[in-house]
Design a protein around this ligand. Structure first.
Ligand code: HEC
Ligand code: HEC
Length: 461
């Protein structure tokens, strides 16, 4: 009897010990991110390159593209020449063999039409990655392979793009609209490339991601404050190197990569020059002033202070404190081959190297323009700021309109309908892996009056 009791006590003690160590392990408090040196450049040139430049040098031949895609008459970017009739998220470029091709550009994911205007740098939360485009890629390839004579050059100019599309399309599908999968896209592309020479291989050279972890897209105007890129803050060193990583879609070799890289100091300067859009409706100044105090007491330690003399602390918040969905950062530990690829790749070479430094947690982002960047959290699981600050009212299943997106300026965020269960691909389902809306409970301890005041203050950032 006594013996059993002693054993039981030992078991209990060791159990408690295990628990304590796992709670304290290994990043128990926020971690400061030190700055790294960035190249300087010319913002105007960067904008020009971003919207008309050939950072992808392979794509769909212009004449074919115009047959398949409707002419876009918005010309939001006021572009001229062949770009005039393309939507803002595609660019007409000359392939190395002189053929004119159409390639996707950064604005596919980094711009959004908001209130009838295109906002460059706003993360696109209306994109649709639910479609498998593999059959389109195969048909396009078949059509082009059959071209002969001088037209065979069209296939040559499209080959890199089609090769990549064939590999990524069947593997890159999300179950719902509005979430992004750029991280999985990058992983698939590097699985097909030699880290040093960037040479393409039709078969994968290492194991591919087994699941698509959804993310939102961070607004570009926040980057000028941040010492690290990406939600988990693992992008360190030269930011231009990460900005140009889209080039992995079609790059032929490292001399092309070097040429493209030489423009990304300018692109970074342009991104640094973007400011958050101002809240367009009246703000209750008195309420916002109260909210500023509540914010200073409850939020500033992580998110910083704003206005003149504002300071941003650049902190990574560990999992035991933030408690939001962990899938995004844990994948760097369960599938370390992608981080390893990058850290021995061409991207870490030369006089302005980049590197990936994984972390179990997320960066506390600057909140400039946060009124406009719903949905919230790194996976876009929370529809508005009111629900961000009160976890009890976060909907488990919610649906917004993608054909007629409608924004609520009062509790800033998307207008939505709460559902009782999962539904079609417009219903955000927070019970799926990677889609959880848990964590960030810091607003829960405020009362309703304080929350309303903080929201009014957030509108002024
Ligand atoms: C297919 C969609 C897609 C395309 C195309 C794309 N991005 Fe991104 N980008 C993302 C997503 C998603 C993230 C966030 C990923 C994460 O943090 O896990 C991101 C992150 C970034 C960030 C980091 C912002 C921050 O604050 O951490 C910058 C800057 C950026 N992209 C620039 C670019 C540029 C420049 C291009 C074109 C050369 C480009 N992106 C093309 C989807 C895309
Ligand atoms: C301990 C640090 C910490 C505190 C305190 C904190 N936050 Fe956060 N906040 C974070 C982190 C980290 C994230 C990103 C979490 C994620 O995306 O998974 C975040 C995200 C957010 C977002 C979503 C941003 C976006 O674009 O998706 C908002 C809004 C926000 N916080 C507001 C607040 C407010 C208001 C307070 C005070 C009531 C507060 N936070 C307190 C760390 C903190």
């Amino acid at each position: 009897m006594k013996k059993t009791f002693v054993l039981f006590t030992i078991a209990l003690i060791s159990f408690a010990f295990v628990n304590i160590t796992s709670v304290l392990e290994p990043n128990e408090s926020p971690t400061y991110i030190p700055p790294s040196k960035q190249r300087t450049g010319d913002a105007a040139k960067g904008y020009e390159y971003l919207t008309t430049g050939d950072y992808l040098k392979s794509g769909i031949p212009y004449t074919f593209f115009m047959m398949g895609a409707p002419k876009d008459s918005n010309n939001y970017l006021n572009r001229s020449g062949f770009n005039k009739n393309l939507s803002h998220d595609f660019t007409a470029v000359k392939a190395p063999n002189g053929e004119l091709v159409v390639a996707p550009n950064c604005l596919q994911c980094h711009s959004q039409v908001f209130d009838g205007k295109l906002v460059v740098g706003m993360g696109n939360s209306l994109s649709d990655f639910t479609v498998n485009r593999q059959s389109t890629a195969l048909i396009a390839e078949k059509m082009m392979k059959n071209l002969t004579g001088t037209n065979a050059k069209k296939y040559e100019a499209a080959k890199n793009f089609i090769d990549a599309l064939k590999v990524i399309s069947p593997n890159l599908i999300t179950s719902i609209k509005g979430v992004n999968l750029a991280d999985a896209l990058a992983a698939i592309l590097v699985a097909h490339r030699d880290p040093k020479t960037l040479q393409w291989s039709d078969s994968n050279l290492m194991s591919m991601p087994t699941e698509i972890i959804p993310t939102d897209v961070p607004a570009w105007w926040l980057l000028k404050k941040k010492n690290a890129m990406f939600y988990n803050g693992f992008g360190r060193g030269d930011f231009g190197r990460f900005l140009m990583a889209s080039n992995l879609l079609t790059v032929s070799d490292t001399s092309e990569a070097r040429e493209v890289d030489s423009h990304f100091n300018d692109v970074l300067s342009y991104i640094y020059s973007i400011n958050a859009p101002k809240y367009p409706k009246p703000v209750d100044e008195k309420l916002a002033a109260n909210g500023r105090k509540v914010f200073a007491a409850n939020c500033s330690s992580c998110h910083g202070t704003y206005g003149e003399g504002g300071k941003y602390p650049n902190l990574l918040i560990p999992e035991n404190i933030i408690q939001t969905d962990s899938s995004l950062y844990t994948s760097n530990y369960s599938s370390p081959q992608f981080v390893n690829w990058f850290n021995k790749s061409w991207f870490t070479s030369g006089d302005h190297p980049a590197k990936l430094v994984p972390y179990r947690g997320y960066i506390a982002p600057p909140l400039d323009g946060v009124w406009a960047t719903a949905p919230y959290l790194h996976n876009g699981s929370v529809p508005n700021l009111e629900a961000m600050l009160n976890s009890k009212i976060r909907p488990a299943y919610w649906q917004r309109s993608f054909s007629r997106p409608s924004y609520n300026y009062e509790i800033p965020g998307w207008n939505y309908e709460t559902k009782n269960e999962a539904g079609n691909n417009e219903v955000y389902n927070t019970t799926q892996k990677g889609y959880s809306n848990s964590g960030h409970y810091f607003g829960d301890k405020l009362n309703n009056k304080e929350r309303t005041a903080v929201i009014e203050y957030l509108k002024t950032l």
